[in-house]
Design a protein around this ligand. Sequence first.
Ligand code: PLP
Length: 415
Amino acid sequence: MQEILEKKIFDVDEIRKDFPILETLSNGRPLIYFDNAATSQKPNSVINALSDYYRNYNANIHRGVYSISIKASEAYENAKNKIKEFINASSEREIIFTRGTTEAINLITYSYGLENIHEGDEIIISEMEHHANIVPWQVLCQKKKAVLKVIPVNNNGELVIEEYQNLLSKRTRIVSLCHISNTLGTINPVKEIIKLAKLNNPETAVIIDGAQAIQHMPVDVMELGADFYVFSSHKMYGPMGIGVLYGKAELLEKMPPYQTGGDMISRVSFNGTSYNDIPMKFEAGTPNVEGAVGMKAAIDYIESIGLKNISTAENELLAYASEKLNEIEGLSVIGNAKNKASVISFTVNGLNAFDIGVMLDGSGVAVRTGLHCTEPLMDRFKIAGTVRASFAFYNTKDEIDVFIIALKKAIEILS
Ligand code: PLP
């Protein structure tokens, strides 16, 4: 019965009707959108929630005594509550809205990092990180004369855990890693990674970049034991320009503000200023209310389908596409981790990824090409870039068939 129910819930033809963009044409062909790791498409419920906000209760929040401002404030707080439940944080106080994953990591480096990192301290990241989880740490290390250490990746695109254990030392202050690699699709054993960091030193702060995980699998921050967990709304069917920094309250309380101005204060005088309590201490200025409303609608949508159904469908697409791609001569999949999300990067002997991408676009197939903001990982695999196809639950095997035909044609023409 449960199986029938799940199958019925997951009728991909019905689900596709929720996403108006999937009915559009690209270069005269039905759009086949395989760039979901860059940003996902938006269902009607999200688009309507944004429109409803602007049509019916657009107002600045937290300071209005009138009805639509109160309604907008409630919507903003309800979104926080939704996110708290979604990731199982212990309180809404631990949920801070940011512009996205990038800003959330910058907030941690500028606030927690500047306060807690000193000369000779060590920060561990990995070879598969997105630039958003590399550059802020490099800048912090330069400022503080700290040392950046990098966990290597094996040929399958998995973290070498023994090397990670060797890198942990009494100077390790921060470990910051992605939950899922945006280029390789590797799902990292973050629970084990966090446990090892805490065993080495319970004071080490562990940051998990969940930009590629939050839309594919259930995330329980308490169960993981992460100190910080960050993600972007636009990769999880929500609007752009908003994301989340989850942080343990005991850490956030001790951290200095990242930006200052309105809303983040408790009292201001020319003799000095006292700050608001968390989370508002970290939300200076008018927040992205529209984004919060849309993000809540996106989580409602995800929950209406079920993350279990989503990951089952995406795993099927991954297996199907991997099998078809592996049959193509001269094509190499970069990233063959045992535990993998629905992201496939590949190269084709002698061909430029960009050229392949342009040819695929001519057939209505949208893929990403290049470095995927993971240039050190490209250096690791000694490649100039990849073609990346990343699937969401609204994609179909029929679309993969069209993609494979178009890819074979592109390879033939370009070779
Ligand atoms: N981290 C990972 C793993 C990503 O895939 C991305 C975006 O592609 C980011 C960080 C940066 O996210 P944003 O651009 O939404 O801040």
